[in-house]
Design a protein around this ligand. Sequence first.
Ligand code: NAP
Length: 296
Amino acid sequence: MNATAHIIDGKKVSAEVRAEIKTEVERLKSSGLVPGLATLLVGEDPASKIYVGSKHKACQEAGIVSFNHTLPKDADTETVFQKVQELNRDPKVHGILVQLPLPSQIDSEKILTAVDPNKDADGFHPTNLGRLISAKDMKEINALGIPIPCTPLGCMVLIEKTGVSLAGKNAVVVGRSLIVGKPVAALLLASHCTVTIAHSKTQNLPAVCREADVLVAAVGRAKMVEGSWIKEGAVVIDVGINRSAEGKIFGDVDFDSASAKAGWITPVPGGVGPMTIAMLLRNTVALAKKSHNARG
Ligand SMILES: NC(=O)c1ccc[n+]([C@@H]2O[C@H](COP(=O)([O-])OP(=O)(O)OC[C@H]3O[C@@H](n4cnc5c(N)ncnc54)[C@H](OP(=O)(O)O)[C@@H]3O)[C@@H](O)[C@H]2O)c1
């Protein structure tokens, strides 16, 4: 039995990525391009406010200029739509992030579709998701220069850090959300894995997971994936963020039992979480470069 899985240190990897981005931003600024990210927050949700605040702080540390837009919680779809259009037209803004979830009276799909695909910092625009699905492999995805949803991209960077070759491996993604499960499955497929997407209707989930050389858990249920579900030596990526009543954070994977079986595993906290913001910065810089090149 493998009693000591290697820990994939998302804090360390994200710090490395952010340092690289900072250097890149300095270089771009010296050639006259200042990457800019605009966030749009509708309402007063305390968690969303914290997330937006940490995105601005990360931008500041990387040298990316950030613009903080807020609208009242009772704003209607048209008001939010007009704000997005305004940001689409603003040449200082290269990336737009609409903080989700939007209040229930707002047509979220209309708003996310209104974001210019060339400014889609989160990579959630249907055009970008469609291009992600259409691409044959990672080489083509990278060549297209499309923004890739941040958490899935963060998962892939962490998997890459293990040095495990993905071609031909069995990958199981538990969860099929548009934010995590589906795009991470598309990226694993583009990396030539044989991909299974599991969800709440999947039968015999433990047996499905036991087939996984790479297991990505994105469910939202604390410690659901047990050590007995893990294939010996597997790469285990835990996306889950579950808060206990005492405010403690747990992943979707039972870390203690899973790390006795896995070859590589991400902790929670300190695994996928820190990667999401790093990937947002990476997308923003890539979009800024693309718009600069397009303008000549
Ligand atoms: N680290 C980060 O930065 C980051 C970013 C985003 C999300 N997260 C975390 O990742 C987790 C998932 O987020 P999400 O937005 O993808 O959640 P979501 O939209 O609620 O999707 C959860 C998925 O899990 C599936 N599921 C639920 N119960 C299940 C069960 N018993 N067995 C198998 N599958 C089950 C659901 O299946 P159905 O489709 O059949 O309902 C659904 O596809 C959450 O803990 C969230 O906080 C972390």
